[in-house]
Design a protein. Structure first.
Length: 275
């Protein structure tokens, strides 16, 4: 019979010996979350009960999250960011939680999703494929299944990607008046995805999108040549407080940019292209 070996270390607080489990942050993303929570708590000299009081939960709940027995939630992650001064920080617990929840998505993209759903205005430029906010379920499914065939994700992860696309659209369009300016490179319309029926439904959906009162749809023609605004997809979000955030991707990573020196050139380019 095999036994799991539990490793403990011993801490001293106010003359009392406390045994606690040694954490392995490399065991899983959830373990890394818990280990970082303990590290920040220890750095401030707080007990689990003290952190629990600040976060609105019990010390046992903190212990369970630190050791990976319980998964953190989005509300807790946001409270932890407030407690530890990490709101808006690239190393925030909210960002880490989103990375864990959406494991099939490109690193950095879950953080962008959290910003996108709260944006007052969205400007986007897409190359090659119709952007997620404008995709039909069938179009999104074909794209996700093609990634499965390449061996990059599992069928279950493909289903998650399609579900996330639907959730994005609902968060932005359902019951809200978010302004959306979409610029599609001509290649988005000319690249066949899934066959004639899928493409016809997708084109019909783009027409419906363009008819909405809070949207503008433009196509950037090939004839622009080297004058096209971007060579890669770019999203620019204007938040409710009028701050501006941009998002772009490489093949391995998504990047959220908040520095105005980097964001403003993108803003000027999209405004110029709309004229």
């Amino acid at each position: 019979m095999a036994y799991r070996r539990m490793v403990f270390n011993m801490a001293v607080r106010e003359g009392t010996f406390v045994y606690r489990k040694e954490l392995n942050s490399e065991a899983s993303p959830q373990a890394a979350y818990g280990a970082r929570l303990r590290k920040l708590r220890d750095a401030r000299g707080w007990t689990q009960d003290e952190l629990g009081d600040k976060a609105g939960c019990s010390g046992r709940h903190i212990s369970a999250m630190e050791t990976g027995r319980k998964s953190a939630t989005l509300p807790f992650s946001r409270r932890a960011d407030q407690i530890f001064g990490l709101v808006g920080n690239p190393e925030s617990f909210e960002r880490e939680w989103r990375e864990i929840k959406h494991g099939s998505l490109l690193a950095g993209f879950p953080e962008f999703l959290g910003l996108e759903r709260r944006a007052a205005e969205i400007r986007l430029y897409e190359v090659g494929v119709v952007p997620g906010l404008l995709q039909t379920p069938e179009y999104a499914t074909v794209l996700a299944e093609s990634v499965v065939r390449r061996g990059s994700i599992t069928p279950e992860q493909a289903q998650e990607r399609v579900a996330v696309t639907a959730q994005r659209q609902e968060a932005v369009f359902a019951g809200r008046e978010t302004m959306v300016f979409a610029m599609l490179d001509e290649s988005c319309l000319l690249r066949p995805v899934g066959g004639p029926e899928v493409m016809k439904a997708q084109f019909d959906h783009l027409i419906d999108f363009a008819d909405l009162p809070n949207t503008i749809l433009q196509v950037v023609p090939f004839s622009l040549g080297e004058r096209r605004p971007f060579s890669l997809p770019v999203y620019i979000l204007t938040m409710v407080d009028r701050s501006i955030v941009s998002y772009a991707e490489s093949a391995q990573q998504g990047y959220v940019e908040r520095e105005m020196t980097a964001v403003l050139p993108c803003t000027r380019t999209t405004i110029g292209c709309r004229r």
